[in-house]
Design a protein around this ligand. Structure first.
Ligand SMILES: NC(=O)c1ccc[n+]([C@@H]2O[C@H](COP(=O)([O-])OP(=O)(O)OC[C@H]3O[C@@H](n4cnc5c(N)ncnc54)[C@H](O)[C@@H]3O)[C@@H](O)[C@H]2O)c1
Ligand SMILES: [Zn+2]
Length: 351
């Protein structure tokens, strides 16, 4: 088992990664939490596949388990679903010393974490990610929340998990499109940090050793979280590919999956950076080749005008400025800021 400690100012916890860990959740959690009752939250798919194993492991260490399952998919990342989780916790008489467990992808982690952040003004929660994306990204960092009708992730809270437990065996049941979602974020981390993850990504062998790849990703994300727990500074580098990526998702009415949109966004933002700053750099070819090696498509099916219109509602632009990521080289990315009036010019340079 690999264990990575995250020491953020708003919480310290271990991310544990190892084959077969789902059957040891009870011991791992008991070592860290005193609560004797857990609310296990999963979507219908992860509940059917893995809830029995996790619940049995918790019960074997004397923890009482109540379960809550919700319909899978982004539409469940809602205010009303969080309300239903809270009602279930109250009905089961969970106290402030008890805890929640999220067993699922990013949707499950985001709503369970948010419910845990507000139940009795905050109870601990355990993240058990079951998608590659949740393992390498969503389960670490403490961002929790829901979508509103006005847009994605518009309400939420920072609430760090008590621990994160990832068992690579769960990836065996994950559909290919869902694996690609995770791959795009892994490539983003490889561009930002370089090093061993970049080496693995360049060889196109991202799934040969999932334990190692997830651990490398968690270490990279950990470094940003520790430096900037509330996402006001360097953590924004993790948004690489996401400004134009979100605009692509919006233009497609969310039919282009997030990971694919981020891949397109990384290429477009790199092109825009090179043209905007008149850079002489091979970074664009390097990023395109990384994506090709890992079979991720990046051609954008929208015009600059369509994307600009979609991007102008982005919450990241509230201050009249847009923070952009400058990929100067592998392992060397910087935050820069441009006036919002140059948004169209920036996007036009990228597509
Ligand atoms: N909090 C954060 O920092 C953060 C970071 C990135 C993304 N996110 C959020 O994460 C969400 C996306 O997460 P996701 O891609 O994991 O989506 P998801 O949670 O919707 O899961 C995707 C699908 O995979 C299924 N599934 C999950 N695990 C499975 C398994 N092991 N085998 C078979 N099927 C399985 C689910 O039932 C679901 O249908 C978005 O809402 C996004 O905003 C949050
Ligand atoms: Zn993302």
């Amino acid at each position: 088992m690999k264990s990575i400690r995250v020491e953020a100012q708003n919480g310290t916890y271990d991310v544990m990664i190892g084959h077969g860990l789902l059957s040891h959740v009870g011991e791992l959690v008991s070592e860290r939490l005193k609560g004797r009752k857990a609310l296990l939250v999963a979507d219908d798919v992860t509940s059917r596949l893995y809830a029995y194993t996790v619940a049995a492991s918790l019960k074997a260490t004397g923890i009482d388990v109540a379960t809550f399952a919700f319909p899978h998919g982004e539409t469940s990342k809602s205010w009303s679903m969080v309300g239903d989780i809270l009602s279930k916790a109250a009905l089961e008489n969970l106290t402030r010393s008890d805890f929640f467990v999220s067993l699922g992808g990013g949707v499950c982690g985001d709503i369970t974490g948010f419910a845990a952040a507000v139940y009795l003004r905050g109870v601990p929660f355990v993240q058990i990610p079951t998608t590659l994306l949740a393992a390498v990204d969503a389960s670490v960092g403490g961002k929790t929340g829901v979508d509103l009708a006005a847009g994605k992730n518009l309400a939420g809270s920072f609430h760090q998990p008590a621990c994160v437990i990832f068992d690579p065996e769960v990836i065996k049941t994950l559909p290919k499109e869902q694996i690609d979602e995770g791959k795009a974020e892994i490539i983003k981390h490889a561009v930002l940090a370089g090093g061993r993850l970049y080496e693995i990504a360049s060889s196109g062998a991202l799934l040969d050793d999932i334990e190692e790849v997830v651990a490398l990703n968690v270490e990279i994300k950990r470094n940003y979280i520790q430096a900037d727990p509330y996402d006001t500074g360097c953590r924004q580098l993790l948004n690489f590919g996401h400004t134009i990526g979100h605009a692509i998702e919006k233009c497609s009415n969310y039919t282009v999956p997030h990971g694919q949109a981020v891949a397109m966004g990384m290429v477009a933002e790199t092109k825009a950076f090179i043209k905007f700053y008149n850079e002489k750099s091979e970074i664009l070819e390097i990023i395109q080749s990384l994506l090709e090696k890992n079979n991720i498509k990046f051609d954008i099916p929208y015009t600059a005008q369509e994307l600009t219109q979609a991007a102008s509602h982005d919450k990241k632009m509230a201050s009249g400025k847009l923070n952009i990521i400058a990929p100067i080289g592998i392992g060397n990315c910087q935050l820069r800021s441009i006036p919002i009036s140059r948004l169209e010019e920036y996007i036009e340079s990228g597509v």
